[in-house]
Design a binder for this molecule. Structure first.
Ligand code: ADP
Ligand code: ASP
Ligand code: MG
Length: 502
């Protein structure tokens, strides 16, 4: 009988050092007893950030810093080779592979130093090196443990458009590549170890799927290979009722719907990339989130419909650093055609600079529009909006201006949010009890979320108080994780180049 196919994705912390990789080998060995397994790996924790740092240093001409970063990264990867691989031949083979990849990275940085310009294409080529360094190490560790394996570069599999830094997969082409390159490997009982985060255009130019994109790689592969399930192995026991780094008594949610999980991911739950559910939405493959450091705990199952009869708020999430952009004076009295026209132009302008609008609402006080975007595209969004509305600058009765403020977005997530008005009122009460000012609110289009914008400094207190007030830790289907997050790290944001944890 044909074995079911499981895609197993291991994040940066899960492959952070030799002992972590050994743990991962054990998890794969267990799964491979009953399933065919394809593995997707991130770069070792912290490596992508360091590579981006090297790229930025190169642009600034900092060759000493670049050499230092590559030296440290080399040492870290060599340590893993020495700890995990015992055959001298295999060590030499791996070291030659690492030599080639580091030489490629240094050449790219040198070229950047010479021209003093860092293009998005070069940044992708540099930042994608971490996964290309990690996959051969994990494949070699599997071989060392007697498990047939092969490192596979996703540039051969995941075909994308050419939007560097946030490329979109072309699923049909990707499916063909996966079936030609990966299916035969699986049929031989060999475990392919695929680089997460990266892909390539049809012409073979390396692209990246955006920060945290290895989750997306795993579901793209899951869809392309018709997998039976995708398991995202991370440093937390599943999707929790809130980020455990921000809310100490957050609990694991046993099962949750695609819609709810997608909303949590979109509004900041870093454990799942915001786009990760897209490839599987149509086909209904279950996604699990599990803890590499507590592999026996069952984690969270994400299914098309979620658990039956479970309605109401399930979890809270936060985007710590967002920008609240206000376009004042374009309402019904100002602007050329009034508000409907201004809304359409606002959304189109944000889309043109690839800024995801997290929330948009009418601002009666300013006779205009408020929108919230992540902090990293904020500057380009404000500039584009100023440009778009430049003709409206002096309106009949008010002046049209665009300004922004640093805020956090807190989102309540659960099915049927429209009917949960009493719960939402309790959340408001909790916030007013803590004197937290609500700057804007919006209900998600999917009826699955309700977002509040609060001042940045109040985010943690707001999360804690709503979590307590709604008694999310006490919901019968939730469990306290036995193991907390493996490595507390600073808060991260998807597009930030200063991200701290990965
Ligand atoms: P990986 O390196 O495995 O991809 P990430 O660091 O990207 O892991 O994501 C895991 C982190 O996501 C956790 O350590 C946790 O702090 C954070 N997180 C945020 N919100 C949630 C949530 N609702 N449930 C679980 N983890 C969350
Ligand atoms: N290594 C990449 C990053 O840090 C991708 C990932 O971890 O998913 O963004
Ligand atoms: Mg991640």
């Amino acid at each position: 009988m044909k074995k079911p196919l499981q895609i197993m994705k291991f994040g940066g912390t899960s492959v952070g050092d030799a002992s972590c990789i050994e743990r991962v080998v054990g998890i794969i060995r267990n799964a491979a007893r009953e399933s065919s397994v394809a593995v997707v790996v991130s770069a070792m924790s912290g490596v992508t950030n360091r590579l981006i740092e090297a790229a930025n240093e190169s642009r600034a001409g900092g060759d000493v810093a670049v050499t230092e970063i590559f030296g440290q990264l080399r040492k870290r990867h060599d340590e893993v080779v020495m700890a995990l691989i015992h055959s001298e031949d295999e060590r030499c083979r791996l070291k030659r592979k690492l030599d080639d990849l580091f030489a490629e990275g240094e050449r790219l940085c040198q070229a950047t130093i010479v021209v003093g310009e860092l293009t998005p294409r070069t940044l992708d080529a540099i930042s994608g090196l971490g996964e290309r360094l990690c996959a051969p190490l994990v494949a070699a560790a599997l071989l060392e443990a007697g498990i047939g394996s092969e490192a596979v570069d996703a540039t051969d599999l995941v075909i994308t458009d050419s939007y560097h830094g946030g490329a979109e997969p072309r699923i049909d082409l990707t499916r063909v590549r996966c079936r030609t390159r990966v299916t035969p490997v699986l049929q031989k009982g060999i475990v392919p170890v695929v680089t997460g985060f990266i892909g390539a255009t049809e012409e073979g130019i390396l692209t990246t799927l955006g920060r945290g994109g290895s989750d997306y790689s795993a579901t793209i592969l899951g869809a392309a290979l018709d997998a039976d399930e995708v398991v995202i192995w991370s440093d937390v026991t599943g999707l929790l009722t809130a980020d455990p780094k921000l809310v100490a008594d957050a609990c694991t949610i046993s099962e949750i719907s695609y819609g709810e999980a997608a909303e949590l991911a979109y509004f900041g739950a870093k454990v799942l990339h915001p786009k990760a559910l897209r490839p599987v939405m149509q086909i209904g493959i279950p996604i699990w989130i599990k803890n590499t450091f507590a592999a026996d705990e069952s984690g969270t199952k994400i299914t098309p419909a979620g658990p039956r009869n479970a309605r109401g708020v399930k979890a809270l999430t936060a985007i710590p650093d967002a920008a609240l952009i206000t376009i004042a004076g374009v309402g019904t009295q100002g602007g050329r055609k009034g508000l409907p026209d201004a809304w359409a132009r606002t959304v189109a302008t944000a889309a043109a600079v690839r800024a995801d609008v997290l929330l948009i609402s009418q601002s009666t006080s300013h006779n205009g529009i408020c929108l919230v975007v992540a902090s990293s595209p904020a500057k380009r969004t404000v500039e584009a909006l100023r440009q778009e509305f430049s003709q409206d600058l002096v309106c009949d009765r008010s002046e049209c201006t665009v300004f922004d403020a640093a805020v956090s977005v807190i989102t309540l997530v659960g099915e049927n949010m429209g009917a949960a008005s009493e719960t939402v009122a309790r959340a408001f009460t909790a916030l007013s009890g803590e004197n937290v000012n609500i700057l804007a609110t919006a209900q998600g289009l999917s009826d699955c979320s309700m977002a509040f914008v609060v001042p940045q400094q109040d985010m943690e207190i707001a999360l804690g108080s709503i979590h307590r007030e709604l008694e999310l830790a006490g919901l019968p289907s939730n469990r306290r994780p036995v193991t907390a997050a493996a490595s507390p790290s600073a808060i991260w944001n998807y597009e930030s180049e200063q991200a701290s944890a990965d």
